[in-house]
Design a binder for this molecule. Structure first.
Ligand code: IMP
Ligand code: MG
Length: 176
């Protein structure tokens, strides 16, 4: 397969936007401590950069939730592959995700986490593809709204490749 990657959002634009989100989140949570939950694996690059731009105290945990398949379409079946290490009851929880596509994953995850009684539960995503939404998910912080194309880089993969690209790109030349 000879896919190629076209740059959609440059490294500089991503960095700038993450700084802005960090400032906005720091203002909104002034006087509080934020418990960041990274949705693995895609959210890890975004979470690290975002956490560095947040000026209120932060703690972190990781969760792996997926709908699996190596292709460009999600199967729609959500499962928890790795749960959180710590309880979230009473915490100001902010979920950090790479991309909201159909919304299936986050719809499920928000429901699971809400039942654990956090003080608050909000969602921050680097990318949002609103055109593809199937489930209604309320997003509190969005990096970029993007068109319905298959994205890689900055944590996002195509068949586990390209997560390490420092920019956000579109995969081209893939047979569906
Ligand atoms: P959902 O369809 O909103 O449940 O998206 C679930 C997951 O699919 C995301 O968290 C990503 O890991 C993955 N995903 C969705 N769209 C893309 C994409 O364009 N590139 C890479 N991964 C994607
Ligand atoms: Mg993800």
């Amino acid at each position: 397969m000879s896919e190629t990657i076209r740059e959609l959002i440059s490294e500089e634009e991503v960095d700038k936007r993450i700084r802005e989100l960090g400032e906005e989140i720091s203002r909104d949570y002034a006087g509080k401590q934020i418990h960041l939950i990274c949705v693995l694996k895609g959210g890890v690059f975004f979470m690290c950069e975002l956490a560095k731009r947040i000026t209120v105290p932060v703690s972190m945990d990781f969760m792996c939730v997926g709908s699996y398949g190596d292709g460009t379409k999600s199967s729609g079946v959500v499962r928890i592959a790795k749960d959180l290490d710590e309880a979230i009851e009473g915490k100001e929880v902010l979920i950090v995700e790479d991309i909201i596509d159909s919304g299936n994953t986050l719809y499920y995850l928000m429901d699971v986490l809400q039942k654990r009684k956090p003080a608050s539960l909000r969602l921050c995503t680097l990318l949002d593809k609103p055109e593809r939404r199937v489930k209604d998910v309320k997003v509190d912080y969005t990096g970029f709204e993007i068109p319905d194309e298959f994205i890689v880089g900055y944590g996002l993969d195509y068949a586990q490749k390209y997560r390490n690209l420092p920019y956000i790109g579109v995969v081209e030349g893939v047979e569906e």
